[in-house]
Design a protein around this ligand. Structure first.
Ligand code: 2NL
Length: 346
């Protein structure tokens, strides 16, 4: 082996390597080339194997030339590497771009049923007055649903609540949420401020204002020295919060077996403002709920001493509260689940 041959082989390797590196188009090819040329078992190593056959004085020259070739190739690998890897990154970034300005896919949200929404609106107002919401069973016993509310078995008032019975002796579907208030009185100590929303059931001939299933929201307050004036003030604030601060309200006499005295609570007609129109039967007033002072006998059934405690109670239909607000004239719309009706409350 001659010095000239080795030098020529080295130069050939350099030229060949630079050409291959120059035409490599991706990082993986460059990595393979680097290994093939400069690796332990690479082409440079095999060229240098010939060094052993050279005269001793020629060996350093070949060593220097080999180092120069190695550095040139390393520099070319690094430079080409920077170029192709930069291109690869740019291509990947372009391919994986997320357009943050693309409008999102609309999510179809659920909405509360208007009966539920109405109950929540009512509760939100009374919660501001310190009322706490309770729930109680839909299946009741005759005693709690009727007798403890001063409605004995032969009382004519039972005609007002045509009852749906269940297959268990003495059990029925509650006709109002009042039995829940009895349970609250039995389990809590005054001062009591309870709100009781819930589903009620009656055996009714169904028409625009009667259904066999409906909701009721009842309120109960019991404390020492509670008066009718407290009831009027509270309901007046409720009506103003629900229908507008400018609305006038009134009590007129009513009858419930569980309250004495009993009242109907009216608000000035939301359609005519009190002048009189077909919507209010030309009276100028609309009844929004019934109320009264809790009958002493009912307080006693609730475990409270009527000599010490007085209370008031009120009950309303959440559907009716919403019907008055929106001029809806048929209660059945709340039960039919017709989307054309429900969608209007989204
Ligand atoms: C109405 C009228 C009312 C009550 C409910 C009640 C409950 C107890 C004692 C006394 Cl435990 N009263 N509740 C009182 C007056 C009226 O509801 O027409 N609701 C739709």
């Amino acid at each position: 082996m001659e010095l000239a041959d080795l030098t020529r082989d080295l130069e050939a390797l350099r030229a060949d390597a630079l050409a291959a590196i120059g035409s490599a188009s991706d990082g993986a090819t460059l990595d393979a080339l680097g290994l093939d040329i400069l690796g332990k078992k690479g082409r440079l190593t095999s060229v240098l194997r010939g060094i052993g056959g050279l005269p001793a004085e020629d060996r350093p020259k070949v060593g220097a030339a080999a180092n120069d070739v190695r550095e040139t190739i390393q520099a070319a690998l690094a430079e080409r590497g920077a170029t192709v890897r930069g291109g690869e990154l740019a291509a990947r970034l372009a391919a994986e771009t997320v357009d943050v300005t693309t409008p999102g896919r609309p999510i179809r949200r659920g909405a509360l049923h208007p009966s539920m929404e109405s109950m929540r609106e009512i509760a939100a107002i009374f919660e501001q007055f310190g009322f706490v919401t309770y729930e109680s069973p839909e299946i009741e016993d005759d005693r709690t649903n009727f007798q403890m509310l001063n409605i004995p078995p032969d009382h004519p008032a039972r005609d007002l609540w045509d009852t749906l019975y269940v297959d268990v002796e003495g059990r029925l579907l509650r006709t109002h949420t009042s039995p829940g208030q009895i349970r609250v009185m039995q389990s809590e100590r005054p001062p009591i401020r309870a709100l009781l929303p819930g589903r009620c059931f009656r055996y009714e001939a169904i028409d625009a204002s009667h259904a066999s299933e409906f909701f009721q929201v009842e309120g109960l307050m019991v404390d020492e020295g509670t008066t009718m004036a407290d009831l009027k003030g509270l309901l007046d604030q409720f009506a103003k919060a629900m229908y507008g601060e400018d609305k006038r309200t009134r009590f007129r006499p009513g009858y419930y077996p569980f309250t004495e005295p009993s009242v109907a609570f009216d608000i000035e007609c939301l359609v005519c403002g009190g002048v009189g129109c077909p919507a209010c039967g030309r009276t100028g007033w609309m009844t929004i709920l019934g109320a009264g002072m809790v009958h002493p006998v009912v307080l006693q059934y609730g475990g409270l001493d009527p000599e010490r405690y007085q209370g008031f109670a009120f009950g309303m239909g959440p559907e009716r509260i919403k019907m008055l607000k929106h001029g809806i004239t048929d209660l059945r719309l709340f039960l039919e689940n017709d989307l054309r009706f429900l969608e209007q409350f989204r």
